[in-house]
Design a protein around this ligand. Structure first.
Ligand code: HAM
Length: 418
């Protein structure tokens, strides 16, 4: 019987060698600024009770109404694959009383997220984010630091062709004032039933509607930014002035609304210029009511999620992926059975001193093994036969120019360092 080949599910992005090395590099670069700022890892389940996202992300969002992977588990519970990370972090913080300790609670996370969107370049049904959340303090300096951490991640990748857009979605008072006028405006529009229901849940959603007729209808709608309370206005001014002090460029986008309902106050997006339609490489903001909505105390929070898949696409577009980082320092070829253990020992010693070393396995011809060495892109190659083993002296071939140097095995490390 011949079995059919199977394919990955539609819209799923996976990373295989050699591309996976670039992916891993991107992920590390994006998250390292958060680690340096004292954020600690939170490792959370990829599925949660559906109610968490209904309540946390919001019933008016596309994410909740159209894009969740929801199923009943064997115990009859409604479970959802996480479409985003913030609600789960908040659930865990409340459940483990982390918010009763030192504030802000500062955590980072990294992993897969799931949204049943229409797949296209840069938009997948399983995608990767790294993110941070800082929970428990409302301080504009914290907002600026969170934005700066995201920005540093993109700078680590060498990206230049992106911009930071910021806005303020105001506090409860600002939004209540804006809502009155916005609802009056929306009532006069000719809308279908579903859109009207949506607007009642969250009228800001209409600013995010992609249909041309709605876009046009909303073009002169009242803007939240014009309704900010004094508190929200001052808060936003302070965030901007800290960003100025940090030399972080931004544009204020008064019409920005994000795709999740929990945002309040400072809200931001990083937009890359070479990525076409799926240009959002990261986004985040404050969510000052979220903890309470999820049954916790009334504490504020702010964070971001950066799209690892899209950041990789951006790094490829800007040609900043450093190929040299992924190649081995040393490729060792044993001649004959007896020299395999010598080679394994040298490789293991070299790795202990922080270099990467690969070994040629199997009993290929020397020519075949040299081909392997070539393909590996290693900086140096050495062949170890009986005479090398006995003398402790090897010929190290530098692959960039083909030159060879004679080196004592005990001094290999020094040469690799140079
Ligand atoms: P988000 O804007 O929905 O925010 O997602 C953050 C980033 O994830 C986006 O900017 C994008 O780069 C990437 N992303 C989203 N959906 C997809 C997709 N289908 N395919 C590929 N990449 C995608 C959040 O998720 C919030 N939890 C961020 C946050 C944290 N806000 C506060 N704290």
């Amino acid at each position: 019987m011949k079995y059919e080949k199977l394919a990955a599910p539609k819209g799923v992005r996976e990373y295989l060698p050699p591309e996976s090395q670039a992916f891993e590099w991107v992920r590390q670069q994006l998250i390292s600024p958060a680690k340096r700022a004292g954020y600690q890892l939170m490792e959370l389940p990829v599925f949660e009770d559906t109610a968490l996202f209904n309540r946390g992300v919001g019933e008016s969002t596309d994410v909740v109404t159209k894009e969740m992977y929801t199923f009943e588990d064997r115990g009859g519970r409604s479970i959802t694959l996480r479409p985003e990370g913030t609600a789960g972090v908040m659930r865990a913080v409340i459940e483990s009383n982390l918010d009763r300790g030192q504030l802000p609670v500062k955590v980072w996370y990294s992993g897969q997220f799931f949204r049943a969107e229409r797949p296209q370049a840069g938009r997948y049904r399983q995608f990767y984010q790294v993110g941070i959340e800082a929970i428990g303090l409302d301080d504009p300096a914290l907002d600026a630091e969170v934005i700066a951490i995201a920005d540093q991640g993109f700078k680590n990748l060498g990206l230049k062709n992106y911009r930071l857009e910021i806005t303020s979605l105001g506090d409860a008072q600002s939004r209540a004032a804006h809502r009155v006028d916005l609802m009056k405006y929306i009532e006069k529009l000719d809308l279908d039933e579903a859109t009207r229901t949506r607007a009642e849940l969250n009228p800001l959603r209409l600013f995010d509607d992609k249909r041309p007729e709605i876009k046009e209808a909303m073009a002169s709608a009242p803007i939240l930014m014009d309704y900010l309370s004094e508190y929200s206005r001052n808060h936003f001014e302070n965030v901007k002035s800290y960003l100025d002090d940090l030399n972080i460029g931004y544009v204020v986008n008064k019409r920005m609304v994000r795709g999740l309902d929990y945002y309040t106050g400072t809200t931001f997006e990083f937009v890359h210029e070479d990525l076409g339609a799926q240009s959002g490489i990261g986004g985040g903001g404050r969510y000052d009511g979220l903890m309470e909505v999820l049954g916790g105390q009334s504490l504020s929070g702010i964070g971001f999620g950066l799209g690892v898949d899209r950041a990789l696409l951006a790094a490829i577009a800007e040609n900043t992926v450093p190929v040299a980082d992924f190649t081995s320092d040393l490729f060792l070829i044993p001649l004959g059975e007896v020299n395999k253990s010598v080679v394994l020992t040298i490789a293991s010693e070299i790795r202990k001193s922080g270099f990467t070393a690969e070994v040629a396995f199997g009993d290929r011809s020397l020519k075949g093994a040299m081909k392997g060495a070539d393909k590996s892109g290693a900086r140096f190659v050495a062949v170890i036969g009986d005479s090398e083993r006995e003398s402790g002296q090897i010929e190290l071939k530098r692959m960039s120019d083909g030159t060879s140097i004679s080196v004592k095995i005990s001094e290999l490390q020094k040469v690799l360092e140079a």
